[in-house]
Design a protein around this ligand. Sequence first.
Ligand code: SF4
Length: 117
Amino acid sequence: MNNQQTTRRKFIAQVSSLAVGGNLILNGCGQNTNQQTEQQTPFDGAPCDDTRAVSEAELIKRTSFGYVSESPLADNQCSNCNLYLPPKEEQPCGECILFKGPVQAEGYCTYWAVKAS
Ligand code: SF4
């Protein structure tokens, strides 16, 4: 192998390395862009129904208690339940002592309890 062939091989190896490295960088940037797009997708419903940040375990709890965002009983709603935690300052949704995540004031579940006076 002469000196010119060696130089040509080194050049091809360097160009290949740059191409592979550039591809990895571009792919990495593309994945980050996709993840940001997913996170930035606006919720298309009432704010207190947005459970995207709630864990699967808490969603299962919520469902097992029969929580609904609109009570079927006019006199029994989260807002007058003893286990309801009213919205904190400037928050649109309340919470429940039994599970994590936003709760509608007009919601209800089978654990509704009369407010202690
Ligand atoms: S126990 Fe049920 S009715 Fe009471 S605040 Fe929690 S979710 Fe609402």
